[in-house]
Design a protein around this ligand. Structure first.
Ligand code: BJ8
Length: 425
């Protein structure tokens, strides 16, 4: 890290020793998993820098924004619209939840058999190690899966500024009306927080900024259809993870710069693997920083990941918003249209997700699909069975993995993944 940020972390109330330990593990993991890769695109240097300053420079930037009167909003789900936050002079950041922390303390609040993602969000709070969480003026929870829904009731006692958004579970007319009403309620809450009213122009601008960010990651996604793959799945996942907390305009420019480079690589048939490397589509639960275990196992076993059907990936970023509306209400409708297409497994029925997985497997020329379900995550684990059946009908080999954030099962996972990759060959 470029500076001594300890005074800043201390002011935020972090536990400096615990935080040092977390950064140490994160830094070592990053070096082993990312920096050890060969023939990476030059543009990844930007993301290496972002990761090296993940709790440093970016937090400093957010605190500077706060000093200038901007508010910071933290969110745990892709249903929370960044466009509205931007339109009301706030910055939205994703709260990661990708590592085990303070498990003993967490289990005083949550049952042991809670998914690792929810436990991690509590661990970062109870262990006092997340500067993003501590910088946030508002933390947004959402009624998605039962685990999150109930956990936010408990989180409400641990943080001062929790706001909970209701999310429909059925894609019906009533479900759409609920989402629209909730987005209006969120708009009012953000306006109250910042003291800035959303206008037609500011909402259009917010939509434009986020659309550009999404277009850049779509461009990156499409380039991965090339053979040999021009970028590793790990590096592409990293870009999708950084999507949630970098400055949006800088992120867009950095992803587009990588895409320019990848276009040249594709022309020159310069891949990160050979053409014969098996191509895998990863599908399932979101993978937040620093949850790199399964992608690392897959790619260190000789395959390349060519797409993520995940909220940290294409499920979360696909589709842009029509910004042609001439009233705030028309723009809010366009916003709802876009978000209502997110096919999270909390929806019932959720046939769109099956179709999307098949489409992605075809578009990115995947030889097989690995479905990643977090232990105790009922929506995705239950849905993994129809996913496997649907893919089976299309003769697309599928491997269903159930795991958590611990490293205990690495050996066993590697054996299963290697056998699957052999089968794909
Ligand atoms: S839109 S996927 S980001 S809710 S892994 S906590 S589902 S028990 S994360 Fe998600 Fe929004 Fe949906 Fe996307 Fe529950 Fe499962 Fe845990 Fe999960």
């Amino acid at each position: 890290m470029s500076h001594d940020y300890r005074p800043m972390w201390s002011d935020l109330g972090l536990d400096l020793d615990a935080h040092d330990a977390l950064l140490d593990v994160l830094g070592k993991g990053y070096a082993d998993i990312f920096l050890s890769q060969t023939n990476r695109p030059k543009g990844m240097e930007y993301f290496d820098f972002v990761m090296s300053e993940v709790h440093g420079l970016r937090i400093k930037e957010l605190l500077d924004e706060k000093e200038q009167g901007r508010k910071i909003i933290g969110s745990y789900c892709v249903f929370v619209p960044e466009e509205i936050a931007l339109a009301a002079n706030a910055t939205l950041i994703g709260l990661c939840s990708g590592a085990e922390f303070a498990t003993e303390q967490v289990e005083q609040y949550l049952p042991r058999n809670t998914c690792a993602l929810i436990k991690s969000s509590f661990g970062f709070k109870l262990g006092k190690v997340c500067p993003y969480l501590e910088s946030a003026d508002m933390i947004v929870g959402e009624n998605t899966c039962d685990g999150k829904k109930k956990a936010y009731e408990i989180l409400d006692d641990l943080v001062e500024n929790l706001y909970v958004m209701d999310i429909p579970q059925v894609k019906s007319t009533q479900g759409r009306a609920l989402l629209k009403a909730e987005y209006y309620r969120f708009k009012e809450a953000v306006e109250q927080l910042t003291g800035v009213s959303v206008t037609l122009e500011s909402l259009k601008k917010g939509i434009e900024i986020v659309n550009n960010k999404r277009k850049a990651v779509h461009r990156l996604a499409k380039l991965r259809a090339a053979s040999p793959a021009p970028i590793s799945g790990l590096d592409a996942l990293l870009a999708n993870q950084v999507f949630f907390y970098d400055n949006p305009e800088r992120f867009t420019a950095s992803v587009n710069a990588i895409c320019d480079e990848l276009e040249e690589r594709i022309q020159a048939e310069n891949g990160v693997v050979t053409k014969s490397a098996p191509r895998v589509l990863l599908s399932g639960c979101p993978m937040a920083v620093p949850n790199w275990k399964l992608p690392w196992i897959i790619e260190s076993s000789g395959a390349v990941i060519v797409g993520e059907e995940s909220c940290v990936g294409e499920r979360g970023t696909r589709n842009v918003i029509d910004d042609s509306g001439s009233t705030i209400d028309e723009l809010m409708d366009a916003l709802v249209d876009r978000y209502f297409k997110v096919d999270c497994a909390i929806f019932t029925p959720n046939k769109e997700r099956l179709n999307h997985i098949e489409e992605m497997a075809k578009d990115y020329k995947a030889d097989g699909v690995i479905h990643y379900g977090l232990q105790f995550c009922q929506p995705y684990l239950i849905e993994s069975i129809p996913v496997e059946k649907a893919l089976d009908k299309k003769e697309i080999p599928t491997l269903r993995i159930e795991t958590d954030y611990s490293m205990e099962d690495v050996g066993q996972l590697k054996t299963r993944v290697e056998a699957f990759i052999e089968q794909l060959k």
